[in-house]
Design a binder for this molecule. Structure first.
Ligand SMILES: Nc1ncnc2c1ncn2[C@@H]1O[C@H](COP(=O)(O)OP(=O)(O)OP(=O)(O)O)[C@@H](O)[C@H]1O
Ligand SMILES: [Mg+2]
Length: 162
């Protein structure tokens, strides 16, 4: 499945995130791609909200810890790989445990998962995922391209998203 969205303000991106979050379930992995300031954290805040993370939980980039966990309908893991410089560093993080858990994982700078030669498959044993590519169009406009990978055989709520 491949869907395109356009947002015209940070609030729009938050609302879109909420809608996406409401269509996710335990075990899902959302990989976010896009430049600095594209809106990955903003979208993550919305997704967390859509998964029932309370308004009081301030979702911000986990720069130093690399992974933050928020309680929602299911545990929500927010991962930021910006600082990762090698596949060794990536493997040392122990993210397999997060990705195979009964939570939803949202990963900023997912580009860093595609650094081996066969770059079409992410590292760390991720087999099915939702990729969202965000492009900056104008100051306040963003294009978002959502694509599911290896999920077609499942009856997943994301397929009712439009
Ligand atoms: N339509 C939009 N959607 C999201 N953010 C927008 C939009 N228009 C403007 N912005 C601004 O762009 C910035 C997006 O910041 P955000 O932290 O979400 O990006 P990011 O992709 O996580 O960046 P980083 O790579 O630094 O982690 C914010 O300052 C926000 O106000
Ligand atoms: Mg960010």
């Amino acid at each position: 499945m491949n869907l395109q969205f356009e947002t015209h303000s940070p609030n729009d991106t938050l609302s879109l995130g909420k809608k996406i979050g409401r269509h996710l379930e335990a075990g899902d992995i959302v990989l976010l791609f896009g430049d600095l300031g594209a809106g990955k954290t903003t979208l993550t805040q919305g997704i967390a909200r859509g998964l029932g993370v309370a308004k009081e939980e301030y979702v911000r980039s986990p720069s130093f810890t690399l992974v933050n966990e928020y309680p929602g309908k299911v545990p929500v893991f927010h991962v930021d790989l910006y600082r990762i410089a090698s596949s060794q560093e990536l493997e040392d993080l122990g993210l397999e445990e997060v990705f195979s858990s009964e939570g939803v994982s949202i990963v900023e700078w997912a580009e860093k998962l595609f650094i081996r030669e066969d770059a079409s498959i992410p590292l760390l044993g991720i087999e099915r995922w939702i990729a969202i590519h965000i492009t900056i169009e104008e100051e306040e406009s963003r294009k978002l391209d959502l694509k599911t990978h290896n999920m077609e055989s499942t009856e997943h709520p994301v397929f009712t998203l439009h």
